[in-house]
Design a protein around this ligand. Structure first.
Ligand SMILES: Nc1ncnc2c1ncn2[C@@H]1O[C@H](COP(=O)(O)OP(=O)(O)OP(=O)(O)O)[C@@H](O)[C@H]1O
Length: 556
């Protein structure tokens, strides 16, 4: 409320922009017009100039400046929440801002490093290479003669963005009170999440650290180049890094003229992103052609690490289940993996989700596996999840978006690229990690897969059950034969689990004893210790007893 009193002017700008594009009724219904005492006729008088809802949304965001443009760009990754038509418009959002004067950039550099520019740098190009909403990039030379790119933040951009983020939070809260769908679509949480990532972009040292982390991963890889950060000339408002001399990856003609093998470049690009995702668990989340260059020496360079994604080991595990399900073309498996990855709302329609996934599976069925475009397939999956109110974690959507973007760049370089061929070794590694016990043989492997799946699913099921209980919504409509079947299954799982644990313990003891007995033939006689013999007899008896009781129960 306090930000409202101090910043009525900005609230008014927002209400007017909404009105100009035909959304005056929103400002009216959440009570914004009343708060700022704006006559309703001023909100209603203008007819929207653009025909579609999606276009009008983009125009409002563009008009409201950097914070809203960033919010729109982030929202464009939420294909789980927003319809495709809106996403298509949001991806067009560009920061169309003029550069700020070089004089300002010079002043900021001198203020940050407490030295005249002439002492900090050998030279500084006054004309920026590029200007965006948060900052602009200048080419310069260090006193050592080394060429660098210096990203300088716009003067006073932080308070402007902070104010907009405050206002956005206030308006979201008002909307949340007014409409039930606002919380159903998780809009307040989404606004908070966007605010967090926009704040992270405001501190360039975060970007520097992201860049370093990925640079470390590719240190030994001569084909991939991540510029080095110059920390002595880096702060939250200034980022200094090696200058990358090269061509952006969408300059196909120039790339051909330089004599590079486009097919090999495309493969290298896809591999580099897959390595970031699956090996590092930390990836460049915005690999559009403006952020990818091929250098004069043929390396593939990534720049702009303002937006990164992380793949936690839990998510990696779920993703591998999804990969298995996709490979087996199993709708059930896909449903299970998606439900585990996402937040399932009360009104999630799992039957509808299953039916739609079945349709999706049929659509992909005739396409040879290696020709499936993985980024597009994931987008289709996420959109299907969205349709049934399954909200997926932001990092997973960033992953989908990054894959889709790279797929677009790579296919422009080489239209015949088979992305799944490149992804296959990573998928196989994921599976190997998931079922490390593979060498125990196929039977045990399958059993383990099933068991792991049931166990992994347990926390989710328990969470679901406890929230249902908390809401007092548990309906006891299980009849007795079903109950009996359920208990038998539970018994079976616990017997298998006990069997595996005992088998493991027994094997460890046996190995210990074999080592022990070979030691026994040596001069130092450990074998003589009677406790070990007694332990062996007890373990064997316990093992036999457990085997007997499991087989007697007939539920193995
Ligand atoms: N290390 C570099 N070497 C050469 N050019 C660079 C370097 N870093 C940035 N640039 C140039 O500046 C442009 C903008 O940089 P960058 O994408 O990092 O800025 P940004 O403010 O995050 O912009 P956006 O938000 O539009 O992605 C790049 O497209 C590139 O042309």
């Amino acid at each position: 409320m306090s930000s409202f009193v101090r910043h009525t002017g900005r609230y008014r700008e927002i209400a007017m922009a909404l009105g100009r594009h035909g959304f005056g009724y929103l400002a009216e219904e959440i009570g914004l017009a009343r708060l700022i005492r704006l006559p309703l006729r001023r909100l209603r008088k203008s007819e929207p100039g653009s025909p579609t809802l999606a276009e009008r949304i983009r125009l409002v965001l563009e008009e409201l400046g950097p914070t809203f443009v960033k919010v729109g760009q982030l929202a464009s990754t939420r294909s789980d929440l927003l319809p495709e038509a809106i996403i298509q418009e949001l991806v067009k959002l560009q920061d169309q801002v003029p550069p700020f004067p070089a004089e300002e950039a010079r002043r900021i550099l001198e203020a940050e490093f407490h030295q005249p520019l002439g002492e900090l740098l050998e030279s500084f190009d006054e004309t920026p290479l590029a200007a965006a909403s948060i900052g602009q990039v200048h080419r310069a030379r260090l006193t050592t003669g080394e060429p660098v790119a210096i990203k300088v933040q716009r003067p006073d951009i932080v308070p402007v963005i902070e104010l907009d983020l405050d206002i956005l939070q206030h308006l979201t809260a008002l909307a949340n009170k007014r409409w039930a769908w606002v919380s159903r679509f998780q809009i307040p949480q989404m606004a908070q999440e966007f605010a967090r990532s926009i704040r992270a972009e405001l501190d360039y040292s975060f970007e520097g650290r992201n860049m370093e982390k990925i640079r470390r991963q590719f240190k030994a890889d001569e084909g991939i180049y991540i510029p080095e950060v110059h920390w002595s000339l880096t702060t939250s408002r200034v980022l200094t890094m090696d200058f990358v001399e090269g061509e952006h990856l969408n300059r196909l003609l120039e790339i051909d003229e330089m004599g590079y093998d486009r097919k090999e470049l495309a493969e290298r690009l896809v591999n580099a992103l897959l390595r970031q995702i699956f090996e590092g668990g930390f990836f460049h989340a915005d690999p559009h052609p403006g952020n990818l260059l091929v250098t004069r020496t043929g390396e593939l360079a990534f720049i702009d690490f303002g937006m990164v994604g992380r793949l936690s080991s839990e998510m990696k595990d779920h993703l591998s289940s999804l990969v298995i399900a996709l490979m087996r073309r199993s709708t059930e498996g896909m449903v299970r993996a998606i439900l585990r990855m996402g937040l399932v709302g009360d009104d999630a329609d799992t039957d509808g989700l299953r039916q739609d996934l079945e349709r999706l599976r049929e659509r992909y069925y005739d396409i040879p596996f290696a020709e499936i475009q993985i980024g597009q397939a994931l987008q289709d999956l996420f959109a299907t999840a969205q349709k049934h109110q399954v909200v997926l974690p932001a990092d997973l959507l960033l992953l989908g978006k990054a894959l889709l973007t790279v797929e677009g760049v790579a296919l422009a370089l080489d239209p015949h690229l088979r992305i799944l061929d490149l992804a296959e070794p990573f998928g196989r590694k994921l599976l190997r990690e998931k079922y490390a016990a593979r060498r125990l043989g196929k039977k045990l492997f399958d059993e383990a897969a099933e068991l792991t799946d049931s166990l992994i699913d347990l926390p989710h099921q328990v969470r679901k059950l406890s929230s249902t209980l908390a809401r007092g919504k548990l309906k006891m409509d299980m009849n007795l034969p079903e109950m009996e079947q359920f208990l038998r299954k539970l018994d079976q799982i616990s017997n298998r689990l006990s069997f595996s644990i005992v088998l493991l313990a027994f094997s460890i003891i046996m190995v210990g004893l074999i080592i022990g007995s070979s030691l026994a033939r040596m001069p130092t006689l450990l074998w003589d210790i009677p406790a070990i013999e007694i332990g062996f007899i007890v373990a064997t008896l316990m093992f036999l007893w457990l085997l007997f009781s499991i087989f007697r129960s007939g539920r193995f």
